[in-house]
Design a protein around this ligand. Structure first.
Ligand SMILES: *[C@@H]1O[C@H](CO)[C@@H](O)[C@H](O)[C@H]1NC(C)=O
Ligand SMILES: *[C@@H]1O[C@H](CO)[C@@H](O)[C@H](O)[C@H]1NC(C)=O
Ligand SMILES: *[C@@H]1O[C@H](CO)[C@@H](O)[C@H](O)[C@H]1NC(C)=O
Ligand SMILES: *[C@@H]1O[C@H](CO)[C@@H](O)[C@H](O)[C@H]1NC(C)=O
Ligand SMILES: *[C@@H]1O[C@H](CO)[C@@H](O)[C@H](O)[C@H]1NC(C)=O
Ligand SMILES: *[C@@H]1O[C@H](CO)[C@@H](O)[C@H](O)[C@H]1NC(C)=O
Ligand SMILES: *[C@@H]1O[C@H](CO)[C@@H](O)[C@H](O)[C@H]1NC(C)=O
Ligand SMILES: *[C@@H]1O[C@H](CO)[C@@H](O)[C@H](O)[C@H]1NC(C)=O
Ligand SMILES: *[C@@H]1O[C@H](CO)[C@@H](O)[C@H](O)[C@H]1NC(C)=O
Length: 591
């Protein structure tokens, strides 16, 4: 109710005049009997207008407020993302690439705050039924207290021991355990493989990842079972497969399963009447095509934001063009890249009303042809961005078709959201997450370092070469300067991940006498021809292998960087040069 009244003043300008006089009638009635009478006379008429006004207000409220309850500060989010993606930095960059999942603040009440609490206190109920566990526990305890008997992995005490162990070992590394599968035997007696799902506290999305490890267990005193050793990340290969399919666990080749939780199939519209009932906003390709991915996101979210403002379904072109700047060794723009290589289409489907372009065009043609004249699908073509979203708000056409035919920069999608429209349209940042397939690589890299690493972000590339705009950057990121700086910040022999656009692999060798250095290229096998990622992207790509391109590299580098315990940045930490060049530091701080 408070929200309603707060917004209603805004809405009054557009709403019919009657609701203005009817809604404050309660307080106005005592001092102004005349208006009270008037209200009684036209009360019935007013009521219907009032209902209409409530509807309008609801639209306003819906379009102005982010729908996610856990999105507590959309303004902060928008500011930080805008700062990264503004037009001044559209130049394909070596910088990190934050997306929605990095910046949406999580609702802290939903995260278990006290990580040192009891092992069973996870926020999500375990898959293993705990009530049946306690019943059989006593039974099992009485029969298998014999310390000479090998441990039986189905024994509930095994899972309890593993849970307690994990809770102790990993929570300081930002891991939150969500659920466990029932342990299965490992390769030898005394070994059990246990799989579980977890999320990383440093990732602000709700996505779950899987780990499965091999545990060495031994009967302890007093009928307990104790963990005497644990394997590395994803070492428990017998537990790799989800439980229902239990076949030949003795087979020696590790069985890897693709992420069965990803569902980024293209949704279909359904029937003709369903299609015609919908309202669509369709943007044809404009000048943004083949520009930097930052510009793509900035423009795409403008379109999606307009669609939400107009309460329409946005038509999404899944075929994107990767700017040649992301592959300097190749240099040419590459068309036909699937949106799903880079972004989480499943999440987009869930967080916004969208339809895929090819599907949409096919249906449109099919059902437009079938309709006799008079029953055609109504289309309004909008030739220029100068027609504002506010002017289109009342349009009833089934399809609003924005065309971007002019010369650059008239034909950029994001022009739609400039000027006065910026006040009305909110870019739905939280709709854009990185591809889960890329995030699985991130999880594997961080997992191989046991989530216990520090990271430094070293920006070089074209910025380091431009001495006029970044006078000190090159020197400040030289191998000797790096050793000098890093040894003052990070203790020796820590795992040190270096996120960088420096192409020369051996550039960081001097750091190797102080740290265990990790670079993205050390993990090549994760996208190599034998990887899950390779298989899954190939499937999306109609059976053709997908190269791991420059944009994917930056996306993975960014996320590994974000999971580090201590993070050292180039700008601010390594150099006093400003991120956007001489004399831009003030602006960065102001934001
Ligand atoms: C938005 O559109 C859908 C269908 O297109 C409709 O059911 C819904 O009532 C609309 N919402 C508002 C607030 O107008
Ligand atoms: C880029 O942003 C600046 C202000 O930050 C603005 O003056 C300029 O017109 C913008 N350029 C384009 C192409 O939108
Ligand atoms: C977190 O979410 C709960 C309900 O989901 C809500 O009551 C609470 O106000 C939210 N807290 C914050 C800080 O957003
Ligand atoms: C966490 O829980 C333990 C006991 O369960 C308690 O001693 C400790 O103070 C708690 N820490 C916080 C931060 O609440
Ligand atoms: C382990 O225990 C389960 C029941 O708790 C039993 O069905 C199974 O046969 C046992 N396995 C071994 C190897 O003793
Ligand atoms: C075993 O139980 C006894 C009595 O309950 C206790 O004193 C002893 O500390 C326990 N030992 C271990 C290793 O928990
Ligand atoms: C994937 O999601 C679509 C909706 O987008 C749903 O219709 C389909 O059943 C899902 N497929 C699986 C295997 O869950
Ligand atoms: C990838 O696919 C090939 C052929 O289908 C299969 O042999 C291989 O095991 C798969 N690799 C992974 C990691 O899933
Ligand atoms: C990096 O610089 C920022 C801003 O000056 C500072 O807050 C942060 O502590 C520095 N990080 C390290 C690891 O020194």
């Amino acid at each position: 109710m408070t929200r309603y009244s707060a917004v209603s003043t805004d809405a009054d300008a557009d709403a019919p005049p009657s609701p203005t006089s009817s809604s404050p009638s309660l307080s106005a009635a005592s001092d102004l009997p005349l208006s009270q009478k008037l209200i009684k006379v036209i009360g019935n008429v007013c009521f219907s207008f009032f209902v209409l006004a409530v509807l309008v207000v609801t639209v306003v409220a819906v379009t102005y407020q982010p729908p996610d309850p856990w999105l507590s500060s959309s303004a902060a989010l928008t500011n930080s993302l805008s700062a990264t993606l503004q037009n001044s930095t559209f130049r394909p960059d070596d910088s990190v690439l934050p997306t929605g999942e990095d910046l949406v603040p999580l609702n802290s009440s939903l995260i278990p705050v006290n990580s040192s609490s009891s092992p069973s206190a996870s926020s999500v109920p375990d898959l293993v039924d705990s009530s049946s566990m306690t019943a059989s526990e006593e039974e099992a305890a009485s029969e298998s207290c014999d310390p000479d008997k090998p441990v039986n992995c189905s024994d509930p005490r095994v899972l309890n021991a593993v849970k307690a162990f994990n809770q102790k070992a990993f929570t300081r590394r930002s891991i939150i355990f969500l659920s466990y599968d029932t342990p299965v035997p490992g390769s030898k007696p005394g070994e059990c493989d246990v799989a579980w799902r977890f999320r990383n506290r440093k990732e602000k999305s709700w996505r779950r990842y899987r780990d499965y490890r091999r545990f060495h267990l031994a009967p302890g005193d007093n009928c307990t079972i104790e963990v005497s050793g644990v394997g590395k990340f994803r070492s428990g290969t017998n537990a790799a497969k989800p439980r229902p399919r239990t076949r030949s666990p003795a087979s020696s080749t590790p069985v890897r399963v693709p992420d069965s939780e990803i569902n980024d199939t293209i949704p279909t519209v359904g029937s003709e009447s369903e299609f015609k009932r919908g309202k669509y906003l369709y943007y044809t390709r404009g000048g943004d095509y083949c520009k930097s991915m930052n510009q793509f996101i900035w423009s795409f979210l403008c379109g999606l934001g307009e669609a939400q403002f107009l309460n329409r379904t946005f038509v999404v072109d899944l075929s994107i063009c990767l700017s040649g700047a992301y592959n300097p060794w190749y240099g040419k723009d590459e068309e036909g890249k699937d949106f799903r290589f880079y972004f989480d289409f499943e999440h987009l489907k869930e967080s916004a009303s969208i339809v895929e372009e090819e599907e949409f065009l096919r249906d449109w043609r099919r059902w437009d042809k079938k309709s006799k004249s008079g029953n055609k699908i109504s289309v309004r073509k909008v030739p220029t961005y100068k027609v504002t979203p506010m002017q289109l708000k009342k349009d009833k056409s089934t399809i609003l078709w924005r065309q971007f035919d002019g010369p650059e920069p008239e034909n950029y999608w994001y022009r739609v959201c400039e000027g006065r429209a910026a006040k009305y349209i909110q870019r739905p940042w939280q709709a854009i997450w990185k591809s889960k397939r890329l995030m699985n690589i991130v999880t594997q890299i961080a997992g191989k370092m046991e989530w216990d690493y520090d990271a430094v972000h070293v920006v070089r590339g074209w910025k380091a070469q431009n001495k006029q705009v970044w006078p000190n950057l090159d020197a400040d990121t030289s191998p000797d300067a790096l050793v000098d700086k890093m040894t003052k910040i990070i203790p020796p022999w820590r795992n040190l991940y270096i996120a960088t656009n420096e192409p020369f692999y051996n550039y960081f060798d001097k750091l190797r006498s102080h740290y265990k250095v990790h670079l993205l290229d050390d993990y090549k096998e994760m996208w190599g021809a034998n990887s899950e990622w390779y298989n899954e992207t190939m499937e999306l790509n109609g059976g053709k292998p997908v190269p791991f391109d420059g944009y994917m590299r930056v996306a993975v580098d960014t996320e590994v960087l974000y999971r580090a315990k201590t993070r050292v940045e180039t700008f601010n930490n390594l150099t006093r040069d400003c991120k956007d060049g001489v004399n831009t530091c003030y602006r960065q701080i102001k934001r």
